[in-house]
Design a protein around this ligand. Structure first.
Ligand code: NAD
Length: 486
């Protein structure tokens, strides 16, 4: 028996659950079986208006609290999330299909980390004093931007909602958050928990729907900032729409990140890095190192050990904690991935393992590895967003670097080597926002996260995120007499 996933209502506006029966139905499907587990409705224009009006009305009062008071509420919410981690993780598993083994440690908990971190920082956010000559001086006031819109992807729904709301709210902004239409459930829980923790009505609102609900949020004149996590094509549209209104943006978009494994690397760790960077969350991670460049000397040993370890993947019911490999989030995403696999075969890449839909209910695709992949193949150039690893071989560091950077994306990059100088040299040369040395896909809240090139604009997490949710007002103060030319 699966736990009940049906929320009390589809949206959370001005401190309460709300429904508009006129909204289009959006079934919520458990990806491990294809069964419908809940039903929500897309927001109607009337509800979008209510959410924006609530966020606008609540903003001055929220900003007028001290940072310490705001932070206390965020930290209280973090404590509630931790106390309910198991229930929240089960809900995230039902919504996304990610194994409970993962969601118990990587979703609600990382959301709680963000609320705790930015809650702690809230009381310490200040402007600065700038001494000038002649006894004059200036100071800066760090101000919130106003109403922020957050738009999420479906791979880390709780984490994305927290990574956006925690820094926004810490500074004194309010937010209207639209989760992905594929995974609408956990953002509602976050709104409920924030309210329980003392958040005033209207400070964090959730509306459901697809792009048709996202688009009017982005263009509304009351909105000062848009933070999107999604694909590059959506990012281009949303960034352009936000630019017309001269709004601030954060764009966390897709990638096709390189992972370089040198002959001198610790083979077991390198295989672990490649597994974490390709098969965690069944490959549905934006920063994945999906172009694995392996130096020729260890290529066959790497492939042999990788195949052996992939044999230990446990595909099964994601609610069973022994399962460590789950389904794709949806039938549509499964078909996208299967089409890319067919393309790889057609282009002549060598299929090392996997390559098929698993013979079981739900949207499972086997962990798949292609070797002898060439740089110009579609599977090496486009983001697949599924459990498909491309292994490419290389001879020299210079060659590997040039090929690693030859992409429109710039989200992440990694290197495995025991040579300290080479590790730092390689990372310095990567055209990517988030890099890893002898590791892959760590994303602690203390460290800025984000991309370069087409992979994004701005940074989430760490103190860097504060810059993207606040603006400085500069105040010049003259202490001596003011002169003028006439
Ligand atoms: P998507 O681009 O299809 O959708 C993202 C969100 O944008 C959804 O909520 C969607 O409803 C909304 N949207 C779509 N059109 C819109 C419009 N015109 N105006 C406003 N909102 C609109 O992405 P997805 O399929 O949900 O997620 C997968 C993608 O997200 C992958 O490319 C992945 O790499 C990326 N991603 C990036 C990060 C990161 O931090 N860089 C993290 C997770 C996922």
């Amino acid at each position: 028996m699966k736990p009940d996933a049906q929320p009390k209502a589809s949206h959370f506006i001005n401190g309460e659950y709300v429904e508009d029966p006129a909204g289009e139905e959006m079934p919520v499907v458990y990806p491990a079986t294809g069964e419908r587990i809940a039903m929500v409705r897309a927001a109607t224009p009337a509800l979008i208006e209510r959410a924006l009006a609530a966020a606008r009305a609540a903003q001055p009062g929220w900003a007028a609290l001290s940072g310490t008071e705001r932070g206390r509420i965020l930290r209280r919410a973090a404590d509630i999330i931790r106390a309910r981690n198991r229930d929240l993780s089960v809900l995230e598993t039902l919504d996304t299909g990610k194994p409970l083994q993962e969601t118990l440690v990587a979703d609600a908990t990382s959301g709680a980390d963000a609320l705790e971190y930015f809650g702690g920082l809230a009381g310490a956010l200040t402007g600065e004093h700038i001494p000038l000559g002649g006894g004059n001086w200036a100071y800066t006031i760090r101000e919130p931007l106003g109403v922020c819109v957050g738009i999420g992807a479906w791979n880390y729904p709780t984490q994305i909602a927290c990574w956006k709301s925690a820094p926004a709210l810490a500074v004194g902004n309010t937010m209207v958050f639209k989760p992905s239409e594929t995974t609408p459930l956990s953002a509602l829980k976050l709104a409920e928990i924030l309210t329980e923790a003392g958040l005033p009505p209207g400070v964090f609102n959730v509306v459901q729907g697809a792009g048709a609900v996202g688009a009017p949020l982005v263009t509304d004149s009351r909105v000062a900032k848009v933070s999107l996590t999604g694909s590059v094509p959506t990012g281009r549209k949303v960034y352009a729409a936000a630019a017309a209104g001269m709004k601030h943006v954060t764009m966390e978009l897709g990638g096709k990140s390189p992972l370089l494994i040198f002959d001198d690397a610790d083979l077991e760790s390198a295989v672990s890095g490649a597994i974490l960077g390709n098969f965690y969350s069944s490959g549905q991670v934006c920063s994945n190192g999906t172009r694995v460049f392996v130096q020729k000397g260890i290529k066959e040993a790497f492939l042999a050990r990788l195949t052996e370890r992939l044999g230990q993947a446990v595909m099964g019911d994601p609610l069973d904690e022994a399962t460590n490999f789950g389904p794709m989030v949806s039938e549509g995403q499964m078909n996208i991935v299967l089409n890319y696999i067919a393309k790889g075969l057609e282009e002549g890449a060598r299929l090392v393992t996997g390559g098929k839909r698993a013979e079981r209910p739900g949207f499972f695709v086997e962990p798949t590895v292609f070797a002898d992949v060439r740089d110009d193949m579609v599977i090496a150039r486009e983001e697949i967003f599924g459990p498909v690893m491309c292994v490419l071989d290389f001879e020299t560091e210079d060659e590997a670097m040039a090929r690693a950077n030859d992409t429109e994306f710039g989200l992440a990059a990694g290197v495995f080597t025991r040579d300290l100088q080479r590790a730092h040299r390689v990372v310095a040369g990567f055209e990517a926002g988030t890099c890893f040395i002898n590791s892959y896909n760590d994303a602690p809240v203390e460290v800025p996260f984000g991309g370069t090139k087409a992979s994004g604009v701005g940074r989430e997490n760490a103190k860097a995120a504060i810059e993207h949710y606040s603006q400085l007002k500069s105040v010049f103060v003259r202490m001596d007499a003011l002169e003028a030319p006439f």
